[in-house]
Design a protein around this ligand. Structure first.
Ligand code: SF4
Ligand code: SF4
Length: 333
């Protein structure tokens, strides 16, 4: 275990203190977010995971089985949230869905949309619908130019095609009970606009231009990590962007931060406070608040053992508290 000399003294912790707020701790774990690996059929410019078609990191069946075992003995967990990479490309994806549903958990599939069009995924929308899986689909704009700029040539057209398939399966359609939410992130080094207004804009454009329906738009801040951080560094914008996040600190977002009720598990079975800490390999903090713990799914009987533990923070946390805030559920305030 690694000793932390100045835990809770970083800029984010100081900002919490100035706002009269305590350091972050985790209450009961409500969401288990599983990152099944870095394999993806896209290479988006803002990706904090730095995912792509050649990334070898992928979850093995024994790790998936250990996670499902832990889930079974973690009654506080309500949601299994599956992400990646493109989670649908992992060999354990179908098992995760089926097993978690049989345990009575809600399941979220974080999809890039284009994965639905891969040849072996013909029956996937029907399978997800029959299991009442909620889909959160990335679509950073309703225009071809902007989507292709961030996500690659031709991605917009394929995304619209996939949205049509999902609508035809009932996803996003009134009365179907099948949830299709879209995820927006800015196309550059700026914060998202107000979520409700953007949702209205998306609905109007997608409905009139493509007859696409969806439930809600979730706005997310670009985290200064991974490929997006590289882009910022290359353009000499990193410090300016971080200052923007720091100066936009909004104390009203802190109560809803996802790390308060979420545990993230990586492709190799190690546990983290969130997907961002996972990418930084910031391990969980132990009970004495001075030790990082290499917690692995195999080392726990239940996620309730992690209740009450401190959350490890750093500069990137300002991305979650900037403006209206940001989480996997969208804006926070
Ligand atoms: S942002 Fe999503 S779709 Fe794009 S490369 Fe990363 S994991 Fe893949
Ligand atoms: S990045 Fe966000 S979710 Fe993760 S620990 Fe920091 S504040 Fe919490």
């Amino acid at each position: 275990m690694e000793e932390l000399p100045i835990l809770n003294r970083n800029a984010f912790e100081r900002r919490l203190q100035e706002a009269g707020l305590p350091s972050l701790t985790r209450s009961a774990v409500k969401t288990l977010q599983v990152n099944v690996g870095k394999l993806c059929n896209q290479t988006c410019s803002h990706c904090h995971v730095e995912a792509g078609p050649n990334r070898p990191e992928r979850m093995l069946p024994e790790t998936a089985a250990a996670i499902l075992h832990l889930l079974k003995f973690s009654p506080s967990v309500e949601v299994l949230d599956i992400t990646g990479g493109a989670p649908e490309l992992n060999e354990n994806f179908l098992d995760f869905v089926a097993e978690a549903r049989s345990l009575g958990k809600r399941v979220i599939n974080r999809s890039n949309l284009t994965a639905f069009l891969l040849p072996k995924h013909d029956g996937l929308p029907g399978f997800l619908a029959s299991n009442q899986v909620e889909i959160v689909a990335s679509l950073p704009c309703y225009t071809r130019e902007n989507v292709d700029r961030q996500r690659g040539a031709g991605v917009f057209e394929k995304s619209i095609q996939a949205l049509r398939v999902l609508n035809d399966t009932g996803y996003g359609m009134p009365g179907s009970g099948l949830t299709l939410n879209l995820a927006y992130n800015p196309l550059g080094a700026f914060l998202p606009g107000p979520q409700a207004q953007l949702e209205q804009d998306y609905r109007e454009h997608l409905r009139s231009d493509f007859r696409i329906e969806f439930n809600h738009l979730l706005t997310m801040v670009n985290m200064p990590l991974g490929r997006f951080a590289e882009t910022l560094h290359r353009g000499g914008e990193y410090d300016e962007y971080l200052s923007q996040l720091v100066n936009s600190f909004n104390k009203d977002t802190v109560a809803g931060l996802m790390c308060r009720s979420l545990i993230s598990v990586g492709w190799n079975g190690y546990l983290y406070d969130c997907d961002f800490n996972q990418m930084l390999e910031m391990n969980l903090v132990g009970k004495n608040e001075r030790l990082r713990v290499n917690s692995h799914v195999n080392s726990l009987e239940s996620l309730s053992e992690l209740e009450g533990l401190p959350v490890l923070t750093d500069d990137h946390c300002f991305g979650c508290t900037a403006g209206c805030g940001s989480s996997c559920r969208g804006a926070l305030a």
